[in-house]
Write a protein that binds this ligand. Sequence first.
Ligand code: PMP
Length: 437
Amino acid sequence: MLTVSKSEELFGKAQTLMPGGVNSPVRAFGSVGGTPRFITSAKGAYLYDADGQDYVDLVCSWGPALLGHAHPEVLDAVHSAVDRGLSFGASTPDEAELAELVLARVPAVERLRMVSTGTEATMTAVRLARGFTGRDLVIKFAGCYHGHVDSLLAAAGSGLATLAMPGSAGVTAATAAETLVLPYNDLTAVREAFAVHGSRIAAVITEAAPANMGVVTPVEGFNAALATITKENGALLILDEVLTGFRVGPAGYWGLTGQGSEAEAWTPDLLTFGKVIGGGLPTAALGGRAEVMDYLAPLGPVYQAGTLSGNPVAMAAGVATLKAATAEVYAAVDARSLELSSALSQALDAAGVAHSIQRAGNLFSVAFGVAEVANYAQAQAQEAFRYAPFFHSMLDAGVYLPPSVFEAWFLSAAHDDAAMNRIFEALPAAAQAAAEA
Ligand code: PMP
């Protein structure tokens, strides 16, 4: 067992100051138990905790740290931005530079608006879709998480999956009634919903590839069919790439699957981004067709604003991150992801643990005791109890996994052979712990 006395002390204090001692629920280690590690610094592939231990990080700040922590080029850009002042509440050259980088990478984006969190991006996208179409209903899929927007919290994944919460108290019945929740990967359910409510549906919102109920691969043609069905019915498709954007490839999951030959190509009306776009600082964005985006104020009637939107320090981090996220970076992360997922699968096979490796681009997760997970019901039916002993065995060996089986594993371009070897060496004992659970 690693020493946790400092983390224990800090967690004890934090619990008297903040609800559950945390500022985001999954950090509390609720479903895996034990003491959350209090992190004091991070560099490359490693996290360092208050007790002086280091961990190979497979959370990567839940996505942003694509290049690894404290990447020198990103730090240089941030330091130089800080020296010029922290926030101006006015337009800056850097925000246009970041927008230009995004538009160049993701041709489905003709206009971009910066916000501060993924939640704001999806909240604004939904409002914009309603304003543009003049309709009220939104379809979301069970197990997809789009941030803590009232109307999108029903059957959401992420922390709600971890805590087994069907939704959130404090969301009015009237708000909940404006969201239709359908099973993921089920086009029949989508067609039926449009057949019944078509003229009232403003938008379908979907994770480009779900990664908040564990990772789930969209069945071939699923997103393309959503684009077709929404178009035929005068509704919009909102593709949530907060997690996948700029992580699974230079143009996100849409870039991997949407930009095919003309017959296969499909285009969402709106896309949301977060995480990697801010390189570790609080920036997110929504973008899409100019005709729709121009419905936002000051041009259009849909209001949205933010004191810290396009914050100059965050813009500098985003610009530096996207510039450094080269084809080589994606190739390295893809290769590490394949290496790790196959080593994980081999270790679990050797320990006799039935499992499914769930993949979407370089994101993956493990589901125990099931052959495949295609939707939220299947994700919830897995042997989730095997994860806590697996997680703690890895943690004791100096590997920091997401503290929930319903989250994706994140790699970075800084995960070198030494970091990978520590993970590989830890896997057999963790697999054995999962087998004995
Ligand atoms: N959408 C998706 C797909 C996400 O994974 C998340 C966060 N994990 C969000 C939206 C919300 O982003 P934020 O936490 O920045 O509000």
